[in-house]
Design a protein around this ligand. Structure first.
Ligand code: 6GU
Length: 264
């Protein structure tokens, strides 16, 4: 997957995209992050990329010219002309365009899955008070938010999106790490985890986990996930209950036991 990132602060990305699983995905050629410094496309002699808003108000607005030129440099040549507006329903830049903005659709598991199916994405990171609306309208940007709070810029949000989407690219995760087993993707929160030693300063690991009985372990983990989900995310548990017909007999029994009990 290729991700084009339009930003005023490309240097913010390297520590995140160059480390750990994202770094490895880059080295393996599974994920290519193309950082585009918006300022490089400014036709102003001081590389100005923002100006005061029409109508007044605080802050600065990112200007149309540098963004149009930066996006045109990405778009397929036949789509890059501006003489005619892009036909409705066609991607004017040839790919999904996403503006990271607290005004946007909330990033959730469904949207992440959708985006992971794309070959190429373009993310625009806003700063200051926003972006000239003509950029968003012409290039048909979708707005995406990572939560109901305001960040100083879209870069951290873009990195969150890239990280969450990258996990769905085949081979990005090692064979021991599964995309679907976890948490919100299975519909339940992940169970508690422990590692060696069995006893640390008198604090012990639940005995069943060291028993070697794989069936019992799986059922303990399932019960633990259910109980956690019930107490912390009753909304997720309610949705999960719809899956009951697909469960095994042993799982159904545990589910009934947990649901019958008041939350932790
Ligand atoms: Cl995508 N951008 C900014 N600036 N703030 C946010 C956000 C995005 N999502 C939540 N807060």
């Amino acid at each position: 997957m290729k991700v084009d990132v339009l930003t005023l602060f490309p240097e913010m990305f390297a520590p995140v995209t160059g480390s750990s699983i994202l770094g490895r995905a880059g080295e393996k050629g599974l994920l290519y992050i193309n950082l585009i410094n918006i300022r490089d496309y400014s036709s102003d002699k001081h590389s100005k990329a923002d100006d005061t808003p029409f109508g007044g108000g605080p802050g600065m607005v990112m200007m149309a010219q540098p963004l149009f030129d930066a996006i045109r440099s990405l778009a397929a040549p036949q789509e890059a002309g501006l003489d005619t507006p892009a036909p409705a329903g066609r991607r004017p830049a040839g790919r999904r365009m996403i503006y990271m903005s607290p005004r946007g659709r909330l990033l959730d598991a469904a949207l992440i899955r959708e985006l992971a199916a794309e070959e190429e994405l373009c993310l625009l990171c806003g700063h200051y008070e926003g972006v000239d609306q003509r950029v968003l309208d012409y290039w048909q940007f979708e707005e995406v938010s990572i939560g109901d709070y305001i960040l100083t810029g879209g870069e951290l949000a873009a990195m969150v999106l890239i990280d969450a989407v990258a996990r769905f690219i085949p081979e990005v995760l090692g064979s021991s790490e599964s995309v679907e087993d976890e948490s919100v993707y299975s519909g339940l929160l992940e169970c508690d985890q422990y590692t060696k030693p069995r006893s640390y300063e008198g604090l012990t690991v639940p005995e069943v986990l060291t028993s070697g009985n794989h069936k019992e372990i799986a059922l303990w983990q399932y019960e633990n996930s259910l109980a956690l989900t019930q107490s912390r995310r009753p909304d997720l548990l309610r949705a999960y209950l719809e899956k009951e017909p697909e469960l095994s007999k042993a799982e159904k029994k545990i589910l009934q036991k947990v649901v019958a009990k008041p939350p932790l």
